[in-house]
Design a protein around this ligand. Structure first.
Ligand code: KIV
Ligand code: ZN
Length: 533
């Protein structure tokens, strides 16, 4: 079977979702997991967009081994230099240059004509090629581009040295037959097409991203760009798990393979969902909570007789297993260390000690600690260590409530060694805690989304709280876990506030700026505005 290359852009297109902004350590964890998933290429980010993203891409390029590491750049010299600066130490670096090709992009965005736009693209491509042997060229908005002009562009960028040419359906406008035709047209009309890997990148505005991607493969595309959980700009990108499992489950029809280790799909999906604070809809294909649960009596009866009656994918194939009991409070450091490294985490000593202490307190309350619990504990600890000295951390909280009385919360936070304390009332205990935190920080945060879930389905489950807050145009997500949901929620809120500060620093023009005080958060102009994506 012929291979289709899987190009994951969760860390670039996926990260463009408002509020899903990841810090470098989180991006690295996802990058390491994508390598375990065996994707062929990881688009790690858009280095020119901010100093923080530059650092994140650089960290992935230096640490993640196996896949090609890709950095995005507009057809502009300074973008290409930044992209190369971030990925040059990767085992397999690739610069990804993109430029609009539809008349609406060429005229409205750049004020150019087709010839001038093509010249700009070729010049950028040649410059990228002078730095890096592997260069991908994307004809942004290809599905709304005149097909004959597209043939001309593709032929010329191949002659100029592109190794991969990507045909994006940027606005999710294509329908399958038409998109399949476009790919077949390029295969037929571009004289040097066999010199490169032809790629597609589909958005899901009409819910057709996976269908468009699959028909493109049938018509000659051999690289597909996709994201975990279908995350991405607007309605998202084609979902990695859907494409990979469609090719695998219907190999009788498609006759193509990928080298993705499908047993890592669920774990990757959960990691991405937790770190980005984007929950997966329950009925989402492959990774939704209901994707393998059967509720109708007739279906349940059939499943008990033979799973194949109502199941086309075995849950184990995507890594769904019964909860594995890992450790108890009596397990020592050695067993914990072994388990953590088996799960793929690489902890520094102080992080390990913090994980051990948190593990002991969870194991005391919960008795049995499952893989899922441990993953949440580890992630909480490693992200709490990021820039810990500058950030707020939850010291303690106390809530008093009773019949007919408004709950009152007293919260203590630490910042740079100083303990700050305040109290507030709310309609419920969680609102009281959040208000007290706002008082300490000295700013009001709008709570846009708030969810509490059990990590496992046992009675003594750990709770995980995920929320999104916004302030003055910036949005950030937070996540906290504990056997106590008030504590989990307080931690999530503090984390989101820390991230808002981090976001401001990340979007500041000055790499060393520490504008993590109140006035920094309002400087949207300098920050997100400079991320022209
Ligand atoms: O959707 C798009 O066109 C993109 C390009 C940068 C490939 O994301
Ligand atoms: Zn895109």
């Amino acid at each position: 079977m012929e291979k289709v290359f899987i190009f994951d852009t969760t860390l670039r297109d996926g990260e463009q979702i408002p509020g899903a902004c990841l810090n470098p350590r989180e991006k690295l964890e996802i990058g390491l997991q994508l390598a375990r998933l065996h994707v062929d290429a990881i688009e790690a980010g858009f280095p020119i967009s901010s100093p923080g993203d530059f650092e994140a891409v650089k960290g992935i390029a230096e640490r993640v081994k196996g896949p090609t590491i890709v950095a995005l750049a507009r057809a502009v010299r300074k973008d290409i230099e930044a992209a190369w600066g971030a990925i040059k130490k990767a085992e397999r670096p690739r610069i990804h240059v993109f430029l609009g090709s539809s008349d609406i992009h060429i005229q409205k965005k750049f004020g150019l004509d087709r010839q001038k736009a093509l010249e700009r693209g070729l010049e950028a491509l040649k410059f990228a090629k002078s730095l890096c042997p592997d260069v991908e060229y994307s004809t942004e908005d290809a599905s709304r581009t005149d097909p004959d002009y597209l043939v001309q562009i593709v032929e010329q960028v191949i002659s100029a040295g592109a190794t991969v040419v990507n045909i994006p359906d940027t606005v999710g406008y294509a329908v399958p037959q038409q998109f399949g035709w476009l790919i077949a047209h390029l295969k037929e009309r571009v004289s040097n097409i066999d010199k490169i890997v032809l790629s597609v990148h589909c958005h899901n505005d009409l819910g057709l991203a996976t269908a468009n991607t699959l028909i493109a493969i049938e018509n000659g595309a051999r690289q597909v760009e996709c994201t975990m959980n279908g995350l991405g700009e607007r309605a998202g990108n084609a979902s990695l798990e859907e494409i990979v499992m469609a090719l695998k489950t219907r190999k009788d029809y498609f006759k193509f393979s990928t080298t993705v280790n499908t047993r890592e799909i669920m774990r990757t999906s959960k990691l991405v969902s937790r770190l980005m604070g984007m929950s997966v809809q329950a009925n989402k294909a492959i990774v939704g909570a209901n994707a393998f649960s059967h509720s109708a009596g007739i279906h349940q009866d059939g499943i008990l007789k033979d799973r194949a009656t109502y199941e086309v994918i075995r849950p184990e194939e995507v890594g769904i297993t019964e909860h594995t009991m890992v450790l108890t409070a009596r397990s020592g450091r050695h067993a914990l260390r072994h388990k953590i490294s088996e799960m793929g985490y690489d902890l520094q000593e102080k992080e390990f000690e913090a994980v051990y202490n948190q593990f002991l307190s969870v194991a005391d309350k919960k008795k049995r600690v499952y893989d899922e619990d441990l993953a949440v504990i580890v992630e909480d600890v490693i992200f709490a260590y990021l820039d810990a000295a500058e950030l707020y951390s939850l010291e303690s909280y106390k809530v008093t409530t009773g019949n007919g009385e408004a709950p009152e919360a007293r919260v203590r936070l630490a910042r740079e060694g100083v303990i700050l304390e305040s109290s507030a009332q709310g309609d419920g205990p969680i609102e009281a805690i959040f208000k007290a935190i706002d008082k300490i920080v000295g700013a009001y945060h709008r709570l846009e989304d708030f969810q509490v879930k059990a990590v496992t389905e046992t009675k003594e489950a750990m709770g995980i709280s995920t929320l999104r807050v916004s302030r003055q145009g910036f949005r950030a997500t937070g996540r906290g876990s504990s056997t106590d949901i008030l504590k989990a929620s307080a931690r999530a809120y503090v984390q989101a506030i820390n991230r808002l500060y981090w976001l401001v620093r990340r979007n500041s023009k000055e790499p060393e700026a520490t504008g993590s005080r109140e006035q920094g958060a309002g400087s949207r102009e300098q920050g997100a505005g400079s991320r022209e994506r």
